[in-house]
Design a protein around this ligand. Structure first.
Ligand SMILES: [Zn+2]
Length: 368
């Protein structure tokens, strides 16, 4: 419990802060309770940052968590906030939410899905909606169970426009934010037209047109491309056949989609779609490390290093309506990732993995 953690103000000296745009000259910072401060007075504990780069704790904007132990793995990789993009067990999701010293989790609710669609038959999703008239009650149950976001599945054999629109409208009427899974062109058309807030994934069958990318921008929607999961699925035919039996998915189509979104100026968020299921059929998909790999994939796809760092910090904080997160500012939560001396992720994005220390809510993760 937070109250049992001994109060101790900690000064972290000689760090180079990423301010959202650039990495500054060496300076000093302090952690007071769960907050960042630049007032170093009365700091009892002194840490030498050795000139290392100090980043805001990283945010994975799309993950699937089913075990408390995953929070330990995530925090060891400097992921201080995670968006659990779907929940089939509200008791578990509530327990994951705010564990002191571990990754802070926000939860989407049970995903709304069409019966007999791919997500229903392959992934066992069972948040069935069969008529627009059911939307209000479904959404009320999602938020009534403590969810932070509404999640919908849009796919070629999924919802028609009427049900999707009804769910998004009900979410907005209840003051919520909606996230739509869409990874094929048909699913994307419906999701974009519905004006859902967050588009999860990009089309991996037929690339998004430039026209549609402009429309997404005009409608103030944001996109979490999740190149990580695409890399894993398209490189494995068996997996691809399970996930997308009727379409040929390619990473190239996803990258072209992303490049058109970037050209249109659509906000891009870093998310992995990683899961922690013991029996996952997705080889090589692990929580924590995959966010760093996503940053590398986004960079390789044409995003600048600074935009990629923003996609895992300040941008998701804004679009997910988080407070006191994603930046290193006075009074913000002390969610921090200190890199080893010499590591500079603006020159080489893979150096986000050169982790020296991690704090979440002011609590330092034990060395490992
Ligand atoms: Zn997902």
């Amino acid at each position: 419990m937070p109250s049992s953690i001994p109060y101790r103000k900690t000064a972290v000296l000689n760090v180079r802060i990423f301010d959202g745009w650039r990495i500054g000259e060496p300076t000093n910072i302090a952690i007071d309770g769960d907050s960042i401060t630049f007032d170093l007075r009365n700091a009892r504990n002194i840490i030498d940052g050795q000139g290392g780069v100090l980043l805001p704790g990283l945010i994975d904007s799309h993950i699937h968590l089913s075990q408390m132990a995953s929070l330990e793995t995530l925090i060891s990789y400097g992921v201080t906030t995670a968006m659990n993009m779907g929940c089939d067990n509200y008791t578990l999701c509530a327990a994951l939410r705010e564990q002191p010293g571990l990754t802070s989790v926000f939860n989407a609710g049970q995903a709304a899905v069409k019966p007999n669609s791919t997500h229903a038959t392959v992934f066992g999703a069972h948040g069935y909606v069969t008529s627009p008239s059911q939307a209000e009650e479904f959404v009320a149950a999602v938020f009534g169970n403590g969810s932070d976001y509404m999640k919908l599945i849009s796919e070629s054999n999924g919802f028609g426009q009427d049900i999707h629109d009804a769910l998004v409208n009900a979410t907005h009427a209840q003051g919520g934010v909606s996230m739509t899974h869409a990874q094929d062109h048909a699913g994307y058309e419906v999701a974009v037209a519905s004006r859902t807030d967050g588009l999860q994934h990009v089309p991996y069958d037929i690339p998004l047109t430039q026209e549609m990318a402009y429309r997404i921008r005009r409608q103030r929607q944001f996109v979490t491309p999740t190149l990580n999961i695409a890399r894993i699925t398209v490189s494995n035919r068996t997996v691809e056949a399970i996930i997308s039996p009727d379409a040929n998915l390619t990473l190239e189509a996803g990258i072209t989609s992303l490049q058109r979104l970037l050209y249109a100026g659509v906000p891009i968020l870093a998310g992995t779609d990683a899961n922690d299921l013991a029996d996952s059929f997705l080889p090589g998909d692990v929580v924590g490390k995959t966010l760093h790999e996503e940053l590398q994939l986004l960079t390789a796809a044409g995003m600048s290093e600074v935009d990629v760092l923003r996609a895992a910090t300040v941008v998701p904080s804004y679009w997910h309506n988080l407070t006191r997160r994603g930046s290193i500012e006075e009074g913000y939560r002390a969610d921090l990732l200190l890199l080893k001396p010499g590591a500079d992720p603006l020159r080489n994005i893979s150096q986000t993995l050169d982790i020296a220390r991690v704090w979440v809510g002011g609590i330092e993760h034990a060395a490992y």
